[in-house]
Design a protein. Structure first.
Lengths: 61, 250
């Protein structure tokens, strides 16, 4: 990421939960994902904006 | 609550499967995002700004309040809220990323960056804990939600006790003559302006039809009460072309 790219603000983690399970999320900085263990889903972060839609989430193995 | 399988909902005047609506609404807003502000100005002759200011007058934001603005795309409500509150925090949630990106690019967004969060999400399944916000607003958004009652239930959940809901939405005029005139204007003029300005007639045809389909003032007030809100009231704007609905999580 360059300085030009908007970055995900870690403080948002405190406010966000998984919309499906209502469980907590963990931040995967490398993959730019917010991971919900309870729902087995990873929500993408695109241009610093978390996409908290179940339809857009990656199903974890 | 009599629905069974194969539920349908309105997409403008079309009846579509519920499962299709979100995608089709996303299509509309992805296609109009970059011209959305200018189209709103043209469609309402600038009046949407007056309505949004009226919303803030009734809301009376206070310092330190936390706002969730749903369907807040371009940040219009969040910026006004933060300006009026002096200091506070606003989370802007929208179903489509292009709308949020349009908002984040505005100069105000840079100045207020520390007070703003941008989130793509669904009004019917909010990614926030219960009792998180002092104020929930949705401006010209709730009629695009597949099941507005679900969105109101989620609003109630994420508001703190004592929190306030405020909805700005197009509504119905109080008498048939005026409504006919307004329909003539909106069905004949707005889709053409959409074609001229945004090169997109269909999206604006949808906007007009969805306005006509939305419950009237009293019916929507009942929905707000049914979601659990107390002291629910509404005010007409421009004779009822739009309406503000307010309720409290008591």
């Amino acid at each position: 990421m360059t300085d030009q790219d908007p970055k995900f603000d870690r403080r948002m983690l405190e406010a966000l939960i998984c919309p499906q399970s209502h469980g907590t999320l963990s931040y995967d900085a490398d993959r730019q994902e917010l991971v919900s263990r309870a729902a087995n889903l990873a929500y993408p972060i695109r241009d610093g904006i978390p996409v908290m839609l179940v339809d857009e989430a990656r199903v974890l193995d | 609550m009599s629905d069974q399988k194969d539920k349908t909902t309105h997409f403008g005047f079309e009846t579509v499967p519920e499962s299709d609506k979100a995608g089709r609404v996303q299509g509309v807003f992805n296609s109009v995002a970059s011209k959305y502000d200018i189209m709103n100005d043209v469609m309402s002759a600038g009046i949407h700004r007056v309505w949004k200011d009226a919303m803030m007058d009734w809301l009376a934001p206070r310092p330190g309040q936390r706002l969730l603005d749903v369907a807040g795309g371009t940040g219009d409500i969040a910026f006004r809220f933060l300006r009026r509150a002096g200091h506070g925090h606003a989370t802007v949630l929208d179903l489509t990323a292009p709308m949020l990106e349009a908002g984040r690019k505005r100069a105000e967004a840079e100045r207020l960056a520390d007070s703003l969060d941008w989130v793509v999400g669904d009004a019917m399944a909010l990614p926030f804990e219960a009792n998180s916000f002092d104020v929930y607003t949705i401006s010209f958004g709730i009629r695009n939600v597949t099941r507005p009652a679900d969105a109101l239930a989620e609003a109630f959940r994420v508001l703190k006790p004592g929190g306030r809901l405020m909805v700005l939405e197009f509504s119905q005029l109080p008498n048939d003559g005026l409504q006919k005139l307004y329909d003539l204007y909106s069905f004949n003029v707005i889709p053409r302006m959409g074609q001229l300005i945004a090169g997109d007639r269909d999206s604006y045809q949808y906007l007009v039809e969805s306005i006509r389909n939305f419950p009237d003032q009293e019916a929507f007030l009942s929905m707000i009460r049914a979601a659990g809100f107390g002291n629910a009231k509404y005010r007409n704007l421009s004779m009822g072309i739009a309406a503000l609905h307010s309720g409290w999580k008591l």
